[in-house]
Ligand binder design. Structure first.
Ligand code: MRU
Length: 367
C-alpha cells in the first residue's frame, strides 16, 4: 500500500485523519495545501512527510510563474520555508525539500519545463529509495527478532508513516514474512491514537497476530515477562544517538531497561542529524489542546482546561540497545558508529545522484 504518489500533476495521499473508519485519497495541486496537510497530519510519519515535502516542492515548481531559472529557484526557496515550517521535529521534512532545491541549483538549464521534469524525477527517486531502504531495514532487523517473539511497538511506523512498507513496522512485517511466528503488542499511542487507528489497521490487513493495548498497560506487560523486544521509529536522531520519537517512547525505553528487555529504534539514515550533538537540541513540536482534551471529537475535560501537548520526547541513547538502519545495525558507541553509517549512505546517495545527473545531461543534449 503506497501512502503518497504523484498523479497527473497532483500529489495524492491517503488521508490518515480518517482511518480506519474511512479510506479516502486527498489530492493537492498547491504546495501551500501540502504544507497544511503535513501540519494537520493528513500525512504523518517522518519518512512520509519527507516525501510530501519533496513532492510539495515539485508542485511549487509547476505553480511558479517564473521565466528564468534564478526566479524559479527563488520561488522554490520560498516554498521550502513554508513546507519546512509545517512540522519541526522530523528532520526528514527539510531533508526532502532540500534535495529538490539542491537539484534545481545543480541543473544548469534555462529550459524551465525540462527543469520541472527533472525535479519531478528527483522526487520520484526519493520516494522509490524510501521503499527500498525500508525493505533493507526490515531484512537487517531480522537478526534481533527471535522466533515466537512478543514485540512491543509504539505509534505508527508502517506503510502509512513512510512511502511504503515501514521502519519498525517494516521489521515486524519482515519477521512475519520470514515465518518467525511473532506477536505484536500495539500501544494505542495517545493523544492522536496512531497505534489504535493506524498500526492496528495495517497489522490486521496483513494478518499479523496482535493485541491493542492501552498505553498504560505497557509497563505491566514488560514486568510480567510478556515482551521480548521493544521497537519504534524516530523523527530525528542526534549525533550521539539520542532519539526523538512519539511522546511516550522515553517511558517505554526506561521500563524496558529496568526489565532487561532490548530496545531498538529503526530509522533510515535520512533521520540521522549529525548537526545536533545531542537530544536536547532537537526541537519538540507542541500541538493543540483539542488532541488531549478531546477523544474521538468528544470533549473529555472541563471547558477551558489548560493543556500541555508535546508531540515527541527524547530517549537518551543509553536506553537503546541498537539503532537499525538500511546500512546495518548500529551499536554503541553511537557517536562514532552513526557517523560512519551516515557517511556511507550519503556516499551511496551521491553516487546515484551523479548517475541521474549524467542521464539528465543526455536528456538536455537530446533537446
Ligand atoms: O506525529 P506523527 O504521527 O507524525 O509521529 C510519527 C512517529 O512518531 C513515528 O514513530 C516516526 O515518524 C517514525 S516512523 C517512520
Amino acid at each position: 500500500m503506497r501512502t503518497i504518489w504523484w498523479e497527473q500533476g497532483q500529489v495524492k495521499m491517503i488521508d490518515q485523519r480518517k482511518l480506519p473508519l474511512e479510506f479516502e485519497i486527498a489530492s493537492f495541486d498547491d504546495y501551500r495545501r501540502v504544507a497544511w496537510a503535513i501540519k494537520e497530519m493528513v500525512i504523518r510519519g517522518a519518512p512520509a512527510i519527507g516525501a510530501a515535502g519533496a513532492y510539495g516542492m515539485v508542485l511549487a515548481a509547476y505553480q511558479s510563474q517564473a521565466e528564468t531559472r534564478a526566479a524559479l529557484i527563488r520561488d522554490l526557496e520560498e516554498a521550502k520555508v513554508a513546507l519546512d515550517a509545517a512540522r519541526p521535529t522530523a528532520v526528514n521534512l527539510s531533508w526532502g525539500t532540500r534535495r529538490i532545491l539542491d537539484t534545481a541549483r545543480e541543473v544548469e538549464t534555462e529550459d524551465l519545463d525540462l527543469l520541472r521534469e527533472i525535479l519531478l524525477d528527483e522526487a520520484e527517486a526519493l520516494a522509490e529509495e524510501d521503499i527500498e531502504i525500508n525493505r533493507r531495514m526490515g531484512q537487517n532487523g531480522l537478526a534481533v527478532i527471535p522466533d515466537n517473539a512478543n514485540v512491543l511497538h509504539h505509534c505508527n511506523t508502517g506503510s502509512l508513516a513512510t512511502v511504503e512498507y515501514g521502519t519498525a513496522l517494516g521489521v515486524i512485517r519482515a519477521a512475519h514474512e520470514a515465518g518467525k511466528n511473532i506477536h505484536v503488542w500495539v500501544d494505542e499511542t495517545r493523544p492522536r491514537l496512531q497505534g489504535a487507528r493506524l498500526t492496528a489497521w495495517e497489522l490486521m490487513q496483513e494478518e499479523i497476530p496482535m493485541h491493542l493495548i492501552a498505553d498504560n498497560a505497557a509497563g505491566y506487560l514488560m514486568w510480567s515477562g510478556k515482551v521480548d523486544v521493544v521497537l519504534f521509529g524516530a523523527d530525528r536522531v542526534a549525533a550521539n544517538g539520542d532519539v526523538a520519537n512519539k511522546i511516550g517512547t522515553y517511558k517505554l525505553a526506561v521500563v524496558a531497561r529496568e526489565n532487561g528487555i532490548p530496545v531498538y529504534a529503526v530509522v533510515p539514515t535520512s533521520t540521522i542529524d549529525l548537526s545536533l550533538p545531542s537530544g536536547e537540541h532537537i526541537p519538540i513540536e507542541e500541538r493543540g489542546w483539542e488532541e488531549v482534551a478531546k477523544f474521538g471529537g468528544c470533549q473529555i475535560a472541563p471547558d477551558d482546561v489548560p493543556v500541555f501537548n508535546p508531540a515527541f520526547d527524547i530517549t537518551p541513547h543509553k536506553y537503546l540497545t541498537g539503532i537499525i538502519t538500511e546500512e546495518g545495525i548500529v551499536y554503541p558507541p553511537f557517536d562514532v558508529n552513526l557517523r560512519r553509517v551516515k557517511e556511507r549512505a550519503e556516499h551511496r546517495i551521491a553516487e546515484r545522484r551523479k548517475e541521474r545527473i549524467r542521464a539528465r545531461e543526455k536528456k538536455l543534449k537530446g533537446r
